[in-house]
Design a protein around this ligand. Sequence first.
Ligand SMILES: Nc1ncnc2c1ncn2[C@@H]1O[C@H](COP(=O)(O)OP(=O)(O)OP(=O)(O)O)[C@@H](O)[C@H]1O
Ligand SMILES: [Mg+2]
Length: 367
Amino acid sequence: MSVDGLQRPPAEVRFAGELAALRDGDTGDRPPGWALSLRAARTFILGDQKAGITRKFVGDPSLIDRALISLATSRGLMLVGEPGTAKSLLSELLAAAVSGDSTLTIQGGAATTEDQIKYGWNYALLVADGPSTRSLVPAPLLRGMAEGRVVRFEEITRCPLEVQDCLLSPLSDRVLAVPELAGTDTGGTDSMVFARDGFNVIATANTRDRGVNEMSAALKRRFNFETVFPIADFDTEVSLVAQEAGALLHRSGVTAEQRRDVLEVLVTTFRELRTGRTGKGDAMERMTAVMSTAEAVSVAHAVGLRGWFLRREPGTPADIVSCLAGTAAKDNPDDLAKLRRYLEQEAPRRAGEQWKALHAARHLLPG
Ligand SMILES: Nc1ncnc2c1ncn2[C@@H]1O[C@H](COP(=O)(O)OP(=O)(O)OP(=O)(O)O)[C@@H](O)[C@H]1O
Ligand SMILES: [Mg+2]
């Protein structure tokens, strides 16, 4: 795949070099159907400086171990957590490590249907030939089973419950029936698709959407649940935001490096409004909008773009204020008021010129 001009190639393309190096040096045992050993897959996700493998996910290493083990068993893996905690990123990295392919993805939503999950038909061929392997259009689940790959099911809880339940027999019996092909001239052998080694499902679910509680007990039993938490350590979060926003800015053609102290103000603001606690532990107002690390990265990117394309310099706290209203407060007037109080009352209590500049820029909030 040519990467030029792609906004975000899949992980196996972005990190093709790292995956090839890990494959070449991989001496560990591989679970059946896997592209890498468990140890190499873990290194791909958590990084290894000496081997030149970047850290892609920041978090508890034992979470990665449990997730990988889950994928080697006959249960699916369900990643649950707050929005923007890198559940989708983690599922992409896991699929790229285990199968070398993260693109067998189903995006769950209210309008998701079974044929987007299992298989559909090419209607022109269906009318001409009737049901046949030629007129069958495989969807990610059928392909993952037939090819022995990991299938990603994003935001599974946003799908109607009866649609979610079509995963039951693929996960428990490891078979997918295509009843339309039974009794056709292939003798019906294509009417049962048996899963090959390497097949499994990684689902993600957001705790702000309709919860996993509503999922059928039968389906829940077929998944191991893992919770992905927001990044606990402040310095780690600042470094991640610097690294991710730096990479995005580089792609946008910005050469000015962002200031660490400006990013610290940004990340502090996000953390405090997210948790409803100041760094010292005092209670304060919490925003209802999502103030995740993912949002912090996108605001840091926008701040850098403003600084560079408007003034050819790194972004400032005034740029943070300009970007916050649209990202953080969205259209919620209560959140906007909380943000305004934070800038008016909390910012001046902090030491440092960047906090002073943040306070001074409060009039940039709309309304
Ligand atoms: N622990 C983390 N490690 C690495 N990147 C992180 C982490 N937490 C947040 N991020 C950043 O956030 C982005 C991940 O967002 P992602 O879409 O994967 O989250 P999500 O949990 O799937 O959110 P949603 O529930 O809204 O779908 C990453 O691209 C990265 O920039
Ligand atoms: Mg997601």
